[in-house]
Ligand binder design. Sequence first.
Ligand code: BGC
Length: 443
Amino acid sequence: MNKKGMLSIATAVVLGLGAVGCGSNSSAPAASTKADTAATEAASASTQAEAAAPSGDVANKDKPLTWFNRQPSNSSTGELDKDALNYNASTYYVGFDANQGAELQGQMVADYISAHADTIDRNGDGVIGYVLAIGDIGHNDSIARTRGVRKALGTAVEKDGAVDSQPVGTNVDGTATDVQDAELKAGDKTFKVRELASQEMKNSAGATWDAATAGNAIGTWSSSFGDQIDIVVSNNDGMGMSMFNAWSKDKKVPTFGYDANSDAVAAIADGYGGTISQHADVQAYLTLRTLRNALDGVDIDTGIGTADEAGNVLTDDVYRYDADARSYYALNVAVTADNYQDFTDATKTYAPVSNQLDASKHPTKKVWLDIYNAADNFLSATYQPLLQNYDDLLNLDVDYIGGDGQTESNITNRLGNPSQYDAFAINMVKTDNAAAYTSLLNQ
Ligand code: BGC
């Protein structure tokens, strides 16, 4: 045994922790392929992480906690859950600027119409018809994107002081009340724009943002009014690519998504209209960096707005911090035929924050982190691989827990022994459910 190993055991014994810190990846799930990858990673990480004895003297309720991707909030009103966001002195949220991204997505679609005024109206009836795949009617990001597209295209209507984000079902005759027909000038033409259909893509088991459901929906829509569909828009790439592959690629109907997953970016070469990068490379970094800083007891801005000793630093064109909401938001970038070559690998770490931290100054710590839906395209194909690249750089030994996307208890059941961990990163199924997690940390 090397010196480091002996030392760590000695420390553990002194702290009275015995073997608690070692091999605790047994709590990792075996439920899915993603989880398997996670378990392998956890296993290899724990070998290098012999020093990762949890801080036995810190109560679970005082350990660093970062919420990510699903901001604690009321799923009906969107109001932030300030109790959850201020759970303890080391609690943060990491996501992205949903409104800025939503505006960009709407603008990207509007710009596409202007640039293709001559060809966009496929059946020449003077109406630009679009269909919209909605991810989750109770999720801030999804609501913002629906609003962003409706605003940019002029189909938005106000309801209770905000843009209505409800799905319309089908609206081929233009009589739906949650949207309106718009008039849009493009080139020397004036078109009517109509949201022909929109639906929350939720499967029968309750999983939202469901790609397969979106693929089925485009099948149904296209078979009854396919010649009227000129544009397909989706709240994310998972659903967008499912519709593209099922129908629009073949019909050459521009399809727009969100997330800049690698497969969607590659599809731009085959006619996918465009997507938005929510800078997941910055978000994944911030998710783990906030924990690292809290564990190190340093200023939270270290390696974020202020360079750390390894040279990691972010500039304010890629993120902003809202102190009041204790939230870090990455900024979005539109990815279209003009620039997609720069975005082909969504899992590559962001260069300015890719420097390895010195393990002697930032010793390995154990983190519990869940992905609410192991089958979600964005989270599994983009976000988790990024986290797995950063965890090594930040000397964090992370157990990745993959949820089923439907039930909170499927995940909270696997937070049975929080004392085995130094810090937590939580991705909820439903944004109202923060207390299901914090109550476990309070015990
Ligand atoms: C992503 C979606 C994803 C969702 C999961 C969103 O930010 O854009 O693709 O399904 O998060 O919570």
